[in-house]
Structures are given as C-alpha cells and as structure tokens.
Design a protein around this ligand. Structure first.
Ligand code: R5P
Length: 308
C-alpha cells in the first residue's frame, strides 16, 4: 500500500520533508478554529483503503496538539482508510508514567487510553521518555532513536577522553546509547531531586575523568532546569569550555534557550522532533525525517530507499 501523509500543525516541516522523501504530496488538511477556540478539523476525503500516517509532534501548546491529533485520527477513521499509523516524533505526557504521590493522575496512561480508543493500528515514536511503550499502548509501537544522528553531530574528541553525563537515573540508557555511538566513552550518573516543574537540584559523583570534556545528555529540555542543575553539580570537575549538550527533544519552554546558553556550552545539539523557527545559531539541529521516512517505507512494504 502506498503511504499517505497527513501532517498536523505540530509536525512543522517534518511532515513535508517526509512526504518529499517518499515522493508523495501530503493530504490536504483543514485546521480551522471556531470563535470560542474549539478546533474544526477535516482531511481530504480520498483516503479510503490507503495506508495513512498522521505526523504530529505533541509539542507546545501540548493540549492543543493532542486534541488536534485526536480530531485528525477521527477525521481519517471516518473515511475508512486501510490502516492508520500515528507518527509522533515527540510524545508529550510520557514523563508522568506513575504516581509519585497520593492523588496524582498518571498522564501517560490517560494519553495512551485516548489514542487506543481511536483504533490506531500502530504508533511510531522517537526516543520516548520510557522504553516500555508496548506495555502502555494496546497497539504495536515502533521506537526510533535520534541518538546516532545527535552523536554524529558532536564535535569528536579522542576515544575515551570525554565523559558522558546522565543528569538523572532516567537518562542512563540514553547515556549508554550515546556511549555506544561514541567509542564507549565513560558515563557519570547524577541524582536529581525535582522540587517543582522548573526547579531541580542535582548531586552526584565527581566525573570519572577529572577535567575531561563532558557531554551532558538528556531526552528532553523543557525549562532547562535539569541541565542547569547538572552543570552546577559537575562544574568543579569538568574542564571549562568543553561542555557539549545533546538533547533529543527541544521542548524549550519560555526562558529555556537563555538558560541553556548561560551554561556556556561549547556545543548544543538537538533534534528537529520539535519544530522551532528561531533557534540561535549555537544550537545544531539534526534531522529525523530520514529515519521516520525509512520506517514508513518499511511499514508500508515499500523497497527501502537509501537516500531517505
Ligand atoms: C525528566 O526526567 C526528563 O528526562 C528531563 O530531564 C526533563 O524533562 C527536563 O526538563 P527541564 O528542562 O524542565 O528540567
């Protein structure tokens, strides 16, 4: 089945880039708004029997993007496509995968139930916050990673010289993935204590190689609080001017860009799973259209295209 691309507003340029690489034209979507703020969504109806891929990053404004995704799913579903895959370069609400206190909602579970209710056939995500996605969703989940592209964009240092820093225990497997890409460099894991949405404190062992360049990695930068606290924790044992920061999803809430730049990193590498028009030049942005397109080709049963 030839793939059909439906791009939500959160997809940014990714939707068009994927469609370009596949050699198809994205399906026309109408994303209007009623005067009271409700969304009014429609898709070009000629999708019966097709293999539909709805591309939508759940980037800020997160709730708007989520509702838009649900409406796109519903609009597509009503036209009897052959199959629907939601391609979510960034899956929001995944950080709340369990209660950490009485009376809390488990957001990831709520989002999973909302999506599952819409008879999805499959989900494609990039570096989700938790690994066990298929334990949460009813449908098969293809998990992709931007780590190889991010690691390739980090300025090389001689093997073994840098230390990869995980700002909390949740980032260990990401740090391991970077280590595997970067000649098995050492990993240092910090301990994070989150006091509020924007405030965290971090402590941890001194870096394995004192004075070594540090590569601080995380899956998400939202307020920049985690990166800031991690840098404060390692400052005494890291060589100034040789800090690289690599983060998959640049949520970058208000004030975060300035907060990250104030850490004076030699390099900041992020992916384009969340679209930004105006990132400062200090941010290197690596593309994910290639891995997403290869996955769509493979799921659609198309021959692989090495240019994608
Ligand atoms: C949380 O565990 C995530 O992996 C990130 O560390 C967190 O979302 C970053 O958020 P912020 O930039 O607001 O500290």
């Amino acid at each position: 089945m030839d793939p059909v691309i439906v791009a939500g507003s959160g997809a940014g340029r990714l939707g068009e880039e994927i469609a370009d690489l596949l050699g198809v034209i994205p399906v026309d979507c109408r994303l209007d708004r009623f005067p009271d703020g409700e969304l009014d969504v429609a898709v070009e109806p000629a999708i019966a029997g097709t293999d539909v891929y709805i591309v939508q990053a759940l980037s800020p404004p997160v709730n708007e993007r989520l509702i838009e995704l649900l409406l796109l799913l519903d609009a597509c579903q009503r036209e009897s496509p052959g199959r629907i895959t939601a391609v979510l370069p960034y899956l929001a609400y995944a950080r709340k995968d369990r209660r950490t206190g009485r009376g809390e909602a488990v957001s990831l579970n709520v989002v999973a139930r909302l999506l599952d209710r819409h008879h999805l056939d499959r989900l494609v995500v990039v570096d989700p916050h938790i690994e066990q996605m298929e334990a949460v969703f009813d449908v098969p989940v293809t998990v992709l990673s931007a780590v190889p592209a991010l690691a390739a964009a980090i300025e090389p240092t001689p093997a073994g010289e840098s230390v990869i820093v995980a700002p909390d225990a949740g980032a260990v497997s990401l740090a391991e993935a970077f280590s595997a890409e970067l000649d098995e460099q050492g990993i240092s894991v910090l301990m994070k204590d989150r006091r509020s949405g924007a405030e965290v404190s971090t402590a941890g062992p001194a870096l394995a190689g004192d004075g070594a360049p540090a590569i601080l990695v995380d899956d998400i930068v939202s307020t920049g609080g985690t990166l800031e606290a991690a840098v404060a924790a390692i400052r005494s044992s890291w060589s100034p001017g040789s800090l690289s920061i690599a983060v998959v999803h640049p949520v970058l809430a208000a004030g975060a860009i300035e907060r990250v730049l104030s850490l004076e990193p030699a390099q900041v590498v992020v992916s384009d799973t969340i679209a930004h028009e105006d990132l400062p030049e200090a941010f290197d942005v690596v593309e994910t259209a290639g891995i997403l397109t290869r996955t769509i080709r493979s799921l659609s049963g198309l021959a692989s295209d090495t240019t994608a």
